[in-house]
Design a protein around this ligand. Structure first.
Ligand code: THU
Length: 162
């Protein structure tokens, strides 16, 4: 038996004002994208902004459905739109933010497991770590250098073949 430990580093900023300007601008775009959210069921509105290696910024927001599982998170709306419109261009970074109709979102929004898997795919595809900027409506901001740290032992291509 062998014990294996995975650990990861991330940066914690007390507010958006402490971020380097490129991260702060991308988080602002994620906040603006919240306007497109369709979330009548959870009343939790998420925005995501993806920056590509060519500088293009593509945004997305969560889209819910009365058949609940048919809905999609903001992050996947954004990365799938980015990949559809700019195939072959690596993803450099993604910022995420949210507001709720019920309460003040003052913690950084952690992407769900499916979004982590969806995002890590583009990291693997381009062999290029994606910078992750997680904010709330207010409060601290977390910055991660690479999604793979948030999804250790992710399912990968080799898992599909012997
Ligand atoms: N949601 C996102 O868009 N991204 C996340 O990372 C977490 C959750 C959405 C899905 C659903 O529309 C609402 O937030 C509540 O779960």
């Amino acid at each position: 038996m062998k014990q294996i430990t995975h650990s990861f580093d991330y940066q914690v900023f007390d507010s958006v004002h402490e971020l380097q300007s490129a991260d702060g601008e991308l988080l602002e775009k994620a906040k603006n994208a919240i306007a497109g959210s369709y979330a009548p069921y959870s009343r939790y509105h998420v925005g995501a902004a993806v920056k590509l290696a060519n500088g293009e910024i593509i945004t997305g927001s969560n889209q819910e459905n009365m058949s609940f599982p048919a809905g999609l998170c903001a992050e996947r709306v954004a990365v799938f739109a980015a990949s559809s419109n700019f195939p072959g261009v690596p993803v450099a970074s993604i910022a995420i933010s949210a507001i709720s109709d019920e309460f003040e979102v003052c913690e950084p929004v952690p992407p769900c497991g499916m979004c982590r898997q969806a995002i890590v795919e583009y990291e693997m595809k381009y062999n290029n770590k994606i910078r992750i900027i997680l904010g709330g409506h207010s409060g601290k901001v977390f910055v991660f250098q690479g999604m793979s740290s948030l999804l250790p032992l992710a399912f990968h291509e080799e898992g599909l073949t012997k």
